[in-house]
Design a protein around this ligand. Structure first.
Ligand code: C2E
Ligand code: CA
Ligand code: CA
Length: 600
């Protein structure tokens, strides 16, 4: 190919791409185009008029008057020449024309042709607005100008239709669909160039809803418009800003380091905060900017928007104002989301959840007098999930109650089974603060225990300090009801919450479980020893039974025993065990206990 034809080839490729982007080819007829072709045919007094689009090898008619078929071959079609030359073409008599005398058109009886180019703003000619006659004719310069006006009307219609659904009507900014399309284009033009998406969120969803309620929807609309204008001015006209959601904007910048991205984000945030409407808003508006690096041509618009928005939310949570996407943070959010959404299925499934039991041993007698029920979750894809990970997620969701209910049923059944075997163990049930919000919580436990013919001593309830103190009257009523029925309440993880010994006297509990973080360090930290000694003597004086959690060494065991600590729980005695293993351990521990007693 010589230079000229190589250039022509490139132009034709770009032209075809522009045409296909408009999604016009082979679409059904539409009145908005037919109106123009009817007008053209009438005005010029010619039987045929058409909006003709030049595809790779055919002329396709988006609208036509006076012809039956939808397309003709491009070869020797007059409209094809208009597309190639991007200029008006008038052929007064096809039979006289050296090019067209033997064309398909001439053979079908057409003598006259006039076509004006349908040209996009970027300068690509998509085809022609044309009028045809079966008679040879002349056309005046004035008439040519009118044909060009009609071509411009067709183009306006095409561009309007294309823009529809790509422009945010409120801000006039290109929207999410346009963002997706532009990202595609960039991926094609400049695949290897590093870029970043900057996501600016003026208000979070909660603020939107508050403002909506307080000020009405018009206020949010105005805020979006003002923010859009403010951002566009700050970015400059050349920078394309997209509106991708209510008060959410995105733009692309060339790739650069985190510090620089954050600096840009913070500047944009300042711009927004300086806007009068935002300064005077009835609530504090906290705009945040999140940046996400992206690989053009690889990351989809959906991914880019998601990661950039995730950076935004992290920035909001850390009150940083601006932040860069972190894969690790995002993965942990996604994991949390997965766990949360999969837990309902776990509750319904037969084999994902189970309880294990950890022995509670009376230190002086070495006898196992109880067991703590601990929940285990084997996720079908993610494997074993620690309760320390999923329980805090589930607490404060509507699933917290079904969770505890699930545990409660099994704990009651297990306690019943042990009692029937003649093992009078006290089984500890872990309860979350929010469980006490259910007004029937205590009754549910008591009536199930009654049905299982269990004495009050068969089950103990463990609650953390925070659970005991952060609650309203309803929660205290639940506890009072349990205590009234003779159920023992334990303060779990003692020492990690309010960390004040003075409030102990106000708590309606009988047992204190010293958190394992204090017990763990007993062997080598004198300070821990002082703390544990103080906790123990205080708890003793107030009449509590004290359980030490996390007893891992014999030294710790002996030390706690010497201080008069009542019970211990920990890996030294046993890890949390499956029911069968627990029962085996119990039998064996009888032997352990006898051996221990003899060895003293
Ligand atoms: P927790 O109530 O403090 O339970 C004691 C935790 O300490 C258990 O962790 C147990 O395996 C662990 N542990 C026991 N002895 C030792 C030891 O000697 N060394 C060490 N390093 N750890 C020891 P687990 O089973 O992972 O449970 C974690 C937490 O999840 C529990 O802490 C409890 O807060 C919560 N949880 C477990 N099951 C339930 C449940 O059924 N309901 C509720 N609401 N929470 C539960
Ligand atoms: Ca516990
Ligand atoms: Ca604990």
């Amino acid at each position: 190919m010589d230079n000229d034809s190589a250039g022509a080839h490139d132009y034709e490729q770009a032209r075809l791409y522009a045409l296909r982007q408009l999604n016009l080819l082979d679409t059904p007829p539409s009145e908005s185009f037919d109106r123009i072709t009817r007008m053209a045919s009438k005005f010029f007094g010619m039987p045929i008029a058409a909006v003709s689009l030049t595809d790779a090898d055919r002329q396709w008619f988006k609208s036509r008057v006076g012809v039956e078929h939808w397309e003709i071959p491009r070869f020797k079609a007059c409209c094809g020449e208009v597309a190639d030359e991007s200029a008006v073409l008038v052929v007064p008599d096809l039979l006289e024309s050296p090019t067209y005398h033997d064309s398909v058109l001439a053979e079908s009886g057409i003598r006259f042709y006039a076509g004006a180019p349908l040209q996009t703003q970027e300068g690509y000619t998509l085809g022609a607005m044309c009028v045809l006659d079966t008679q040879p004719r002349e056309i005046s310069a004035e008439e040519v100008a009118i044909l060009q006006d009609m071509a411009a009307m067709v183009m306006a219609q095409i561009e309007l239709q294309h823009a529809f659904g790509r422009i945010d009507p409120l801000t006039g900014l290109p929207n999410r669909s346009q963002f997706a399309e532009d990202l595609d284009d960039l991926g094609r033009d400049d695949p290897d160039k590093p870029r970043c998406a900057l996501f600016t969120e003026v208000l979070d969803i909660e603020q939107v809803s508050i403002l909506h309620r307080v000020m009405g929807p018009a206020y949010i609309d105005e805020l979006a418009r003002v923010a859009a204008r403010g951002l566009q001015v700050a970015l400059g006209k050349a920078q394309r800003l997209y509106c991708v959601g209510p008060c959410q904007f995105v733009h692309l910048v060339d790739g650069r380091g985190d510090a620089e991205l954050i600096a840009i984000g913070l500047r944009l945030r300042e711009t927004l905060l300086a806007l009068q409407l935002i300064r005077e808003a009835p609530i504090l508006v906290h705009p945040v900017v999140g940046a996400a690096p992206l690989s053009l041509g690889k990351d989809s618009a959906v991914d880019v928007l998601r990661t950039a928005h995730s950076a935004c939310q992290d920035a909001r949570q850390t009150e940083a104002g601006a932040g860069v996407y972190s894969q690790a943070l995002d993965a942990s959010h996604r994991r949390r989301f997965t766990l949360l959404s999969d837990f309902r299925a776990a509750l319904a499934s037969a084999d994902q959840l189970r309880l294990v039991y950890q022995p509670r041993v009376e230190l002086s007698s070495r006898e196992c007098i109880g067991a703590e029920a601990l929940l285990r979750w084997r996720h079908p894809e993610l494997g074993d999930i620690s309760p320390a990970e999923f329980i805090p997620l589930i607490e404060n969701t509507p699933l917290a109650d079904p969770l505890t209910d699930w545990v409660m049923r099994r704990v009651v059944a297990q306690a019943q089974s042990w009692h029937r075997q003649g093992r009078t163990l006290a089984v500890s049930l872990n309860v979350s603060a929010c469980n006490l919000d259910a007004p029937d919580f205590a009754e549910r436990l008591l009536s199930r225990m009654a049905q299982a013919e269990l004495p009050a001593s068969a089950i103990e309830v463990e609650l953390t300090e925070t659970a005991l103190f952060g609650q309203g009257r309803g929660a205290w009523q639940q506890l009072d009801r349990l205590i009234e029925a003779g159920i023992q309440i334990a303060i779990d993880d003692f020492g990690t919450g309010y960390s004040s010994l003075a409030y102990l006297q106000d708590i309606p509990a009988q047992i204190v479980k010293i958190d394992r973080s204090f017990i763990r360090r007993l062997d080598d930290l004198p300070r821990s020893r002082t703390l544990v000694e103080a906790m123990l003597s205080m708890a003793h004086n107030l009449g509590y039974r004290v359980v030490a959690e996390g007893v891992e060494t014999q030294q710790t065991y002996d030390y706690l025993e010497s201080l008069g600590c009542h019970e211990g729980q920990g890996y030294l005695m046993a890890r949390p065990l499956e029911v069968g293993d627990f029962e085996t351990w119990l039998t064996a521990s009888g032997a352990w206990q006898r051996w221990n007693a003899a060895s003293r």
